[in-house]
Design a protein. Structure first.
Ligand code: SF4
Length: 141
């Protein structure tokens, strides 16, 4: 194996509890310990985590959390929420986040990744290497 994804989906505990009660019951400290162990085993920029944009989180806190992930060697793969027709999210009137918000968050995190020398394609496997669900690769990260 060349890379691993350990996907937290959101760094906001209230969002985690609301959208993913199972995963949300796992304390963030356990994710942090798992990421650190994965970086020890796989190396820096060989570990990624999904961060969804549009679940109700504060965009500035999302970006700050992404900075902390980058500092520990984890690639924050930011992806906009895309509710599918017929799912509970659509029934509850949730829609995809505004393009301007997605662009702003993506560009800020891409700049931090580029500055850290962490490019998704370098993971060679997994979502960070593929990049199709987000726009970080289009922003040079
Ligand atoms: S299309 Fe690519 S980025 Fe999206 S889920 Fe599949 S592997 Fe991950």
């Amino acid at each position: 194996m060349t890379a691993i994804g350990i996907h937290v989906e959101s760094l906001d505990d209230e969002v985690r509890r609301r959208w993913m009660p199972g995963k949300g019951s796992v304390p963030m400290a356990e994710y942090e310990a798992a990421w650190d162990e994965a970086v020890r085993v796989f190396g820096r920029n060989r570990v990624s985590t999904y961060l969804l944009v549009g679940l109700g989180e504060d965009p500035d806190e999302l970006v700050a959390g992404a900075r902390r992930l980058i500092e520990r060697g984890v690639y924050p793969f930011v992806v906009p929420l895309r509710p599918m027709a017929g799912t509970l999210a659509c029934r509850d009137g949730i829609s995809a986040p505004p393009a301007d918000l997605v662009r702003d968050v993506t560009e800020r995190i891409a700049a931090m990744l580029r500055a850290a020398g962490m490019i998704g394609a370098d993971q060679r496997a997994g979502c960070a290497a593929c990049g199709a669900c987000g726009a970080l690769s289009a922003a040079g990260a």
